[in-house]
Ligand binder design. Structure first.
Ligand code: ADP
Ligand code: ZN
Length: 648
């Protein structure tokens, strides 16, 4: 997310003199000199006049042949003053005039002209000979001819540079700032209006962040007790959970200068720019200390350095190195604290996470029911007219698995839906529609699905639902629908997984069965299968491979785990070809067994399967309560849980 303050930082004053003006002046100057030098009072004449009148008069001091086609004649100063025939060459301007030629005429052949002149002068004594110069003069169009491409080139170059540097500000001098950090600075003058109250939930994270602010304000309190002040704090969590928001609130409340920059802002196509931006950022920060530096999406610079030769990126690595060097260069009690956010802590270079760098991690998870309630409370404030039944509790229960950003979006979307229906208030059903929309992209009202296709989809989803219902370890169902959505999903079933971090083998096996339920139902009912299960198959393939190679859940492969998030296993597998074969076989066996089990279960529950599929065809959407009614309550105990899983 972008870190844009509500009150935008006052734009830097644009310099009145930018480089476009420079070019304009240059061109005008060139044109002017051209015209000036040409526009002395030259009288146009012809060759005859020159040979018959001017030469015999003895007044010519010299001639210049320009570009082999034009002859310019200079008259002696004395003659200009003395002789009447030169009277119309203004003598008052003699000084300037005298510098330029006085007559000029065209010639067709320079050789013929020279011969004629030599013939006349052959008898002239040496000291009275007329001097003849040859000159090649560039016309204005010649100059434009070579200047224009250069100007164009420079123009294109500047345009590219501007694009590369983000094109902010609009000053032509942007290119000169390329090595400067692009961090936004928020301090006393640029108020950020976000406060900790705008950040709902995340209580622990808020506490920790507040502590960091306190470190900066009262370092003595901590150092007196011998505590070391942390240097860097890493906010880790999935996208949209409010990491940027939290940082923004920190800027709003810290009352110390706050530098904010995104990791991708360092990375530029020019070598060395990233490193120099880092240097510049820290230089500014040292001047402003105590202060906070926030780097959003730090994984853009902080990715592990070249383990994989083919993907090594010198520019990014030198940026990262510079960052590490700078972080080592100050200590927390110098009054600079680094804050960074990422959703991929696993790809970060381990050097960044070492003590003395980002030694503190705050993890920010997707909100649970209560957290969502609080986030809804914050965002519902923006909607002015709400229906009577719209409560944060209700909305939170509609949106398991949603992050803050999605909740904000749902609130806005619900208002739009209500407005489209010309309602005067936003009601629960509008929220429902908004939720559906954000789950699977826009609802496709006019997507045409044949009745037969619809039947297949209904049985497919009913298959998932039945498996979830009758398998003990499967996640309990939340809702199932066949309303087409998005591009890929033709329907989906949503489950509430148990809140847990350790899964047992049988749970994962049940999950595989449940995911296979769609395809199995198609096979049982129609005797053939469709492409609708592609997404399901992808999931279980991943899961099955993880069980065998990561979680050590297979007897043949044994208690080994080949997990290494920073290793690209496309080219180098951490196990032998023999093991690879065993792994493939075991995964296949695992999935086959699960599929047989699913088929058996669905065959046994065929009656219930039909009921649900028919209900789906009629109503298009079924909630848990509907299933209770149709096929009886689920026999396994369940507690309400926060995060939903959606299966197509
Ligand atoms: P992240 O940086 O983790 O990807 P953001 O902080 O950019 O997520 O969140 C995007 C938007 O989602 C915020 O601007 C805010 O409107 C909303 N949001 C996310 N988390 C929360 C929260 N805990 N409380 C209130 N709003 C939130
Ligand atoms: Zn499916």
């Amino acid at each position: 997310m972008d870190f844009l303050p509500e009150n935008e930082e006052p734009k830097k004053k644009k310099g009145g003199f930018n480089s476009y003006w420079l070019f304009a002046i240059l061109i005008i100057g060139l044109l002017a000199t051209q015209f000036l030098s040409l526009n002395f009072q030259i009288k146009q004449t012809d060759e005859d006049y020159f040979f018959l009148k001017l030469i015999p008069s003895g007044d010519v001091s010299k001639v210049t042949i320009v570009n082999k086609e034009q002859v310019e004649v200079f008259i002696k100063e004395d003659s200009l003053k003395a002789k009447k025939q030169y009277a119309d060459i203004k003598l008052t301007k003699l000084k300037t005039v005298n510098k330029g030629p006085h007559f000029s005429f065209e010639i067709t052949s320079i050789e013929a002209f020279k011969q004629k002149l030599d013939a006349i002068q052959s008898a002239t004594p040496y000291e009275r000979l007329i001097k003849v110069n040859n000159e090649y003069r560039k016309g204005i169009f010649d100059i434009i001819g070579w200047l224009l491409p250069i100007i164009l080139l420079i123009g294109v170059w500047m345009f590219l540079m501007r694009r590369a540097t983000g094109g902010m500000g609009g000053a032509g001098g942007q290119i000169f700032n390329i090595g400067k950090s692009k961090a936004n600075l928020y301090d006393k003058d640029t108020k950020v209006s976000v406060t900790f109250d705008d950040v709902a939930g995340l209580d622990e994270a808020k506490e920790e962040v507040k502590e960091v602010v306190d470190f900066l304000k009262n370092p003595k309190k901590y150092t007196a007790l011998g505590a070391k002040i942390p240097k860097g704090v890493l906010l880790v969590g999935p996208p949209g959970t409010g990491k940027t928001l939290l940082a923004k609130a920190m800027a709003g409340e810290a009352q110390v200068p706050f530098f904010s920059i995104s990791g991708s802002d360092f990375v530029e196509m020019f070598v060395g720019v990233g490193a120099s931006r880092v240097r510049d950022l820290f230089k500014q920060a040292r001047e402003k200390a105590p202060c906070i530096i926030f780097i959003d999406e730090i994984d853009a610079v902080g990715r592990a350095r070249g383990k994989n030769m083919m993907q090594s990126n010198d520019e990014r690595e030198s940026t990262l190195n510079q960052l590490l060097v700078e972080m080592d260069g100050f200590s927390g009690d110098k009054g600079i604290i680094m804050l960074a956010a990422t959703n991929r802590p696993d790809v970060l270079d381990s050097a960044l996470l070492r003590p003395g760098r980002f030694d503190r991690q705050i993890s920010i998870d997707k909100p649970d029911q209560k957290g969502r309630e609080q986030i809804f409370k914050v965002h519902l404030k923006k909607l002015t007219k709400l229906g009577p039944n719209v409560t944060p509790e209700k909305l939170a229960s509609l949106t398991p698995g949603f992050a803050g950003a999605e909740i904000a979006n749902v609130c806005n979307e619900a208002a739009l839906v209500a407005a489209r229906k010309e309602k005067t208030q936003v009601e629960v059903e509008d929220f429902n529609e908004a939720v559906d929309r954000s789950i699977g992209g826009l609802e496709k009202k006019n997507k045409i699905i044949s009745p037969h296709e619809k039947e297949i989809i209904a049985y497919h989803e009913a298959g998932h639902a039945i498996c979830g219902w009758y398998l003990e370890h499967a996640h309990p169902l939340l809702k199932v629908t066949i309303i087409p959505r998005g591009i890929a999903a033709l329907g989906y079933a949503q489950y509430l997984p148990k809140e847990q971090y350790l899964y047992r083998t049988e749970q994962l096996l049940d999950e595989i069965c449940m995911t296979l339920g769609g395809r199995a139902a198609e096979e049982i009912v129609f005797g053939k299968i469709s492409t609708g299960a592609q997404n399901d198959l992808q999931r279980i393939t991943q899961l099955a491979y993880a069980m065998v190679t990561v979680y050590g859940m297979n007897d043949k492969v044994g208690n080994v785990s080949f997990y290494d998030p920073q290793q690209d296993t496309t080219f180098t597998k951490p196990y032998s070809d023999d093991t690879a074969k065993v792994i493939d076989e075991e995964v296949r066996k695992l999935i086959d067994t699960a599929y047989q089990r699913t088929i058996a279960l669905l065959t046994e529950k065929r009656e219930q399967l039909n009921k649900i599929a028919e209900a789906l065809l009629a109503k298009e959407i079924l909630f848990k309560a509907d299933l209770d009614e149709l096929i009886g309550k689920r026999t396994f105990d369940e507690e309400p849980v926060p995060v939903a899983i959606t299966i197509d």
